[in-house]
Every structure is written in structure tokens, then in C-alpha cells.
Design a protein around this ligand. Structure first.
Ligand code: ZN
Length: 144
């Protein structure tokens, strides 16, 4: 893979944004409304995240979305010093966290407002919301 630096002729690319699918639309609608909506299997009752058409536990295709608590704890993290997309270069270094949410699912999202030196496994975090466009609000994490 090669990377090419932006120039006047090749301006900085736009930040890549998710494209909601039929399965994920309720999750994205929830974020836009300031809610953490997670998918639950209506056959076995287990939550799952990210949204997907088939339950990974019982293979049922029946599900619904329920509002979940915004709280969780740091499971792991990485500090990104190299941007693999130039749209993120100005933000480096930035922290991406894998959080075990109290709703029983794991979320991968950027962490804002916490210094690298203060990170630890089990750190309480809360899901927050970053408006990217009128249609898309992205999840992020902050210290709880
Ligand atoms: Zn299931």
C-alpha cells in the first residue's frame, strides 16, 4: 500500500463516514437522537453489537433495538500515531478504545478528553455523541 500526501491539486480527503444499512439504521437513528440503541435477539434475548442480520448465538434472524445505558469500562485501547487516512492526520495522536459496555456489548470508538498517561483497563467511560453531518452522528467515548 502506498500513500500520497495531499497537495493543492489533491486536497485533504473528506472524513470517511458510515453508510447505514437496513440492519444498522436504528443504531444510527439512535445516535442522532442521543441514544445508544443496541440490537437484541428476540429468540434468545442476547444483545449484540455491531448490528447484524443473524444472531451469532442462536442464528435467529429476528431482532429488535432497545435503548441501552451509556456507561461502560475500558477493555483495551490503542494510541494512533499514524493516520491511515489523511482525513485523520490532524487528529494524531488519538486514542481508540474497546469498551465493555454495561449493556453487555463491546464498543470500539475514539476516546476524547483523557490523556494517554491516565488510561487504564477498567477506567469508567460513557458513550457520547459527535455530530458529523445532519444525518450521521458518530459514537465516541469520554471519561465517566
Ligand atoms: Zn439469538
Amino acid at each position: 500500500m502506498s500513500t500520497v500526501a495531499p497537495t493543492a491539486e489533491r486536497p485533504l480527503p473528506d472524513r470517511p463516514l458510515p453508510r447505514p444499512t437496513r440492519e444498522s439504521q436504528p443504531f444510527w437513528d439512535g445516535l442522532r437522537e442521543g441514544k445508544f440503541m443496541i440490537q437484541h435477539c428476540t429468540a434468545c434475548g442476547r444483545p449484540r453489537h455491531y448490528p447484524q442480520p443473524v444472531c451469532p448465538h442462536c442464528w435467529s434472524m429476528e431482532s429488535d433495538f432497545r435503548e441501552a445505558p451509556l456507561t461502560g469500562r475500558v477493555h483495551s485501547w490503542t494510541v494512533c500515531h499514524h493516520a491511515f487516512n489523511f482525513a485523520f492526520k490532524a487528529a494524531t495522536p488519538y486514542i481508540v478504545v474497546l469498551a465493555d459496555m454495561d449493556a453487555g456489548v463491546r464498543v470500539n470508538a475514539p476516546l476524547h478528553g483523557v490523556a494517554e498517561a491516565d488510561l487504564r483497563i477498567g477506567l469508567p467511560v460513557r458513550l457520547s455523541f459527535e455530530v458529523a453531518t445532519p444525518e450521521i452522528t458518530l459514537p465516541c467515548l469520554v471519561a465517566a
